[in-house]
Design a protein around this ligand. Structure first.
Ligand SMILES: [Zn+2]
Length: 262
């Protein structure tokens, strides 16, 4: 670890130690360290499948599109099921234990923050979740595991057990509206926090990527932890390049040392 890097970690730890309200914003980069591939990266899912096939409009109007979607879901379900939270997720749990965490705004649909031990109420899933599936007619909710069992029995397009309606993951599809409640909660938290930490997002997907801007304009310190440069680097107060797990663990250790001393 370079001296400059270490200095940034210490400065960020000071900021968090002095803060009452911290918002964490996470993207695919936090979950790649848990073995979940980034769909958008080279070699990712959207190079093997055509994203045009998975728009909300196609899903609703075409049986073939639904069949493809369930094929993909069936293939991907074991990856999600077996993925374990990594030290970056654990660091965010430690922030909640310190009573500093307002919420986690996540672009991820993998449920790893809840698996790590963050409270359900603290996780704002801007793009929904792959953990649950809902009937679009009667609203009945199923777990991904329940539906996976149906898929493994050979059913190609599962339907609602109660009303035979169309089932869909609670993860939003391309072209589908963002969940309104989650957007409101994310915006409110971004406007009212002292420190806003981006972990593992290249900040290119809007409107999610507008949250750090909202936070910064409302007076929060903006910290970006990401392997690659992001579109909002010029906007950030502190940038940490490298592994999310290593960086977040180092930051939290520093904050904990300060709290022990206090
Ligand atoms: Zn139904």
């Amino acid at each position: 670890m370079s001296q400059e890097h270490q200095q940034t970690i210490e400065t960020v730890a000071d900021l968090i130690h002095g803060a009452n309200s911290v918002v964490v914003f996470t993207g695919a980069g936090i979950s790649t360290e848990s073995g979940i591939p980034d769909f958008r990266s080279a070699g990712g899912l959207w190079e093997r499948y055509d994203p045009e096939e998975f728009t909300y409009q196609k899903f609703m109007s075409s049986e073939n599109s639904r069949k493809l979607m369930w094929q993909l879901a069936k293939e991907f379900a074991p990856v999600l099921e077996n993925a374990e939270p990594n030290p970056a997720h654990q660091a965010v749990v430690r922030l909640e234990e310190m009573n500093k965490l307002v919420c986690i705004i996540t672009q991820n649909v993998d449920y790893l923050h809840q698996k790590a031990g963050n409270s359900e109420s603290k996780v704002v899933e801007l793009h929904g979740t792959m953990r649950y599936i809902r009937c679009l007619s009667c609203g009945q909710r199923y777990t991904a595991q329940e539906i996976q069992a149906v898929l493994e029995d050979g059913v190609e397009i599962p339907e609602c057990h109660h009303c035979a309606g169309i089932l869909k993951h609670e993860a939003i599809a391309f072209g589908e509206a963002m969940p309104a409640q989650a957007m409101l909660k994310a915006e409110h938290a971004s406007k009212n926090c002292d420190v806003f930490i981006v972990i593992g997002s290249s900040l290119v997907v809007y409107p999610a990527a507008s949250m750090p801007v909202v936070a910064k304009r409302s007076g929060a310190s903006l910290i970006i932890v990401n392997r690659e440069p992001t579109d909002l680097d010029s906007f950030a107060d502190y940038i940490i390049r490298g592994s999310a797990g290593e960086a977040m663990d180092a930051i939290l250790k520093s904050v904990e040392q300060r709290m022990d001393r206090a």
